[in-house]
Design a protein around this ligand. Sequence first.
Ligand code: TYM
Length: 332
Amino acid sequence: MDEKKRMLSGIQPSGELTLGSYMGAIKNWAERADEFDCYYFMADMHTLTVRQNPADLRRRTVEQLAQYIACGLDPEKNTLFIQSHVPQHAQLAWILDCYTMFGELSRMTQFKSKSVHHEDNINAGLFTYPCLMAADILLYQAHYVPVGEDQKQHCELTRDIALRFNGIYGDVFTVPDPYIAKVGARVMSLTSPENKMSKSDKDPNGCVYLMDPPEVIARKFKRAVTDSEMCVRYDPENKPGISNLIQIYACATGKDYDAVEQEFAGQGYGVFKTAVGDAVVELCRPIREEANRLLADKAYLESVYRAGADKASYIANRTLRKVYKKVGFVQK
Ligand code: TYM
């Protein structure tokens, strides 16, 4: 019997993978494959809460898998799958919808902000999205959910749903904990550092994509917004731009904030911005090259997501059968 605790997370293939999702999430996944029993998926069902172009969604889902592997997620050690290949996600989500309160969902900050950005399409899925996310997590009895800071509220709601369900029916679900990195949990936009770096950013210079070519990455960092103090010092409140660059540099190089401040003491922002850009170029280069190599081998990628779906379905089905029995559905 496997003694390892389980870790699970997912990313929506609603855009290209960003440096934010790498530093906030994937980096932490890749470093823990030996310690945990790991499940990572492409959250394609979640993307439908916002209109998608079908051909783009299909392409990005497979590209995202190639990028996961290129970021160091070895398919032999991590179960990598596509959410829509495991129908139990939707099946459990319906049940959890019935154990989640309207008021709880109304308080989700992501729902509030997405409702503002997509005023013409405030669909029911956007509202109940956290129940699908809870189903993603609870189906696998995951202990830890490695995510960036912005997903903490959804993880907390997942805990509340699990505790409520367990309170009624006994110990059905493992109550999961979010797993949030100390550095990189909230990477900000390079051009408006008071906002999170996001794949849906309208300003192409604010967001760095893992697949951006080196010259594009370097240019984005050269243009990054700073301040007029000319001192490389970590102070997110008063110096959001520079503090964000310090965070990115620290995350890319493994140095701590003090060491970064010392390294650039007395030097201008130009030198610092170039150094951060170079560090990110070197971080992304092997990922981009490996992802492109993998993308040329569609048969291999298909074999990975098929095997991943088989393994994930087995566990998901076990949990769903237990839930069906508990709520009173007739067993077939
Ligand atoms: P998504 O697709 O928006 O983001 C994917 C992951 O990347 C993290 N992230 C960031 N971290 C630091 N700085 C940033 N600027 C940044 N931008 C994104 C996110 O916190 C997330 O960890 N609902 C989820 C996807 C999901 C999921 C799940 C996650 C669906 N089901 C089950 C965990 C478990 C989402 O929209 O993430």
